[in-house]
Design a protein. Sequence first.
Length: 339
Amino acid sequence: MVTIYDIAKATGHSAPTVSKALSGVGTLSAETRKKIIETAKAMKYEPNMTARTLATKKSQIIGVIYDDTGMSRGFSHPLFSVVLNRFREQIEQAGYDIIFLSRHFNMSYFAHAKYRSVDGIIIINPAEYKSESFEAFIKHKTPCVSTNTIIDGICTVITENESGGYQAAEYLFKKGHKRIAFLSGPRNNLSTAGYERYKGFIKACEDYKIPFDENLYEECDYWHSKAGYEGFNRLWNRTHDFTAVFACSDMLAYGVMELAEEKNISIPDDISLMGFDNDNGTQFSRPKLTTFSHDAVKIADMAAEMLFQQLNEIPVPPIIRFPAQLIERASVKDLTAKR
C-alpha cells in the first residue's frame, strides 16, 4: 500500500507537506500542490481513512436523517430529492461522505449518529416530529442543519412558506376568486409548512379585506395524494360554496383532481386549483397545475455552508429562508376575464 511517505520520497517534499496537499489545507503553492496530487494519482495512492480518523478525531462522514413519513414518495419528493443530491455534491467536494441515519434497532437518531461517529448532521425529513428526538444533538453541540423541520437550537434553511401562502391568496383574489377553500397538510409540532402557508393565506385575506370562512378549511392526515382525496371529500361533502382550492402541496392537489374527476367536477371551469412544490407531474397533469417552486439548489448550498461553518466552530443564524416562485399554468380560471 502506497503511503504519504512514499509520495514524499517521490516528490522530494516532506510528509507533512504531502499531507497538506492531499487534504486540501495549508498555504502551499499551486505548483507544489499540483505536483503532489499528480504523483499520488500516478502511484494509485488511497488514503487510510482509519488512520486519518484516529489522528484528527474526525470521520469525514456527514449523517443524513431522511425518513419517508406520511409522504409515500421515497426519494422522489420534488424538494427533498434535489436538496439531498445537491447537498451530497457539495459535501463530497469538501472531502466528506454521507451515511443515512435511521431509528432502526430501537436506536435514537443521536445514538445512531454516535455509533457511526459522524461529524455533522443534515435533517431533511425525520421519522417523527418530536423535539425530544434532537435534544441530544443540541446538548452535545453536534453540528446540525435542517432543511424542512424548524427545531429550536438547530440552524434551519427553508422556503418562505408564509410568503408563498400570501402569494397564493393574492393570485386567486386577482383572478376574481373570493370564496377559496384551504386544504392543509397535517399540523404538528415541527412540520410547520402547512401552518405557515395558512398563516400567509389569512394575512392576505386581511390585507385584501376578504373574509375567510373557517368552514372552508380542511386539514389532511398526511401529505400524500390519498390524504388529499380524503380531505377534499370531507370538504366537498360539507360545502360546495367555493370557486377555488389552495392545496398545501401538489400531492394533496393530485388527490383533489382524482375526486374531482370521479364527481365530474371540472378544473378549472367548476373550481380552480393551486398546489405547492412544483412536483415533477404538475406540468403533465390535466389541467397542468398552477403551483409554487422551491429554490432547492440554494437551500442545499446554504445548508452545506451552514454545516461547514459549524464544523469550523463559526456561529450560524437560527433560520434562513428562500422565496418560493409562482409557476402559473392552467388550473386557475380567471373570473375577471370578459366573456
